[in-house]
Ligand binder design. Sequence first.
Ligand SMILES: Nc1ncnc2c1ncn2[C@@H]1O[C@H](COP(=O)(O)OP(=O)(O)OP(=O)(O)O)[C@@H](O)[C@H]1O
Ligand SMILES: [Mg+2]
Length: 259
Amino acid sequence: MSEQLLTVSDLSAGTDDKPILHGVSLTVGAGETHVLMGPNGAGKSTLGHVIMGDPTYRVTSGSITFDGQDVTDLTADKRSLAGIFLSYQAPVEVPGVPLYSFLRTICQKRPELKTTARKFRTRVGQIAEQLDLDQSFLMRELNVGFSGGEKKKIEMLQLLLLEPKLAILDETDSGLDVDALSVVSRGIEAYRQNVGGALLVITHNTRILERLTVDRTHVMVKGHLVAEGPASLIDEIDREGFSRFEQPGVAAVGEKAEA
Ligand SMILES: Nc1ncnc2c1ncn2[C@@H]1O[C@H](COP(=O)(O)OP(=O)(O)OP(=O)(O)O)[C@@H](O)[C@H]1O
Ligand SMILES: [Mg+2]
């Protein structure tokens, strides 16, 4: 059993008017790959955002511990510096901020990534090439006018540059064409191999998982984690859908079925 990197403990959270997550508990060991699945609207993205510290959501009970530190009340930038990364399901556009300056600024804030302008340029150039991204993207405003697939690749570029200890990938595969999907999958594999970081992959698709060894699968329904099991649980869901987890009472009691 690897050392625990992330421990989410009995976490309930939501917006001011809507409770979304109910008593969620989850642990991810250092370097492990976990998959989070569940029907639309189950609360998967919300969990990712709450772990990242998105102020849209309020934690009403429970805690989040990361790398030995209770981060429940830390702001998102502090969690990011601690080594948590979230790739957005719908990346935001930031007019007026060129992508390259954005990347340079976030790296200069991290002692381990601080480097000369020249070395930084080379490194970013290499990663962009690895992701089949034209260098001209680097000079454009962050995500402004980028296609859906291009935005996902920019998220990947940040992941490979920042080398976090934990990457939460929220449907990074959605909207990617078959070639882009393979480029992004290779990027994730490179992160796993070169950085040895942990992954929490939120997805509706198994293609993105083909190159990864999955340690654990979690199923969320109506804000409850209702099942946890090995990688084979993904194939079962692929075949049979979520109906067996959606039986009346299953979500309500929030019990975990060993699959
Ligand atoms: N900021 C918000 N304001 C109001 N409701 C929200 C907010 N964020 C999430 N919700 C609601 O919480 C529920 C869970 O949403 P969430 O985006 O976490 O689902 P999901 O499991 O990621 O779904 P999908 O698979 O469609 O991406 C939904 O009913 C959603 O409308
Ligand atoms: Mg989502």
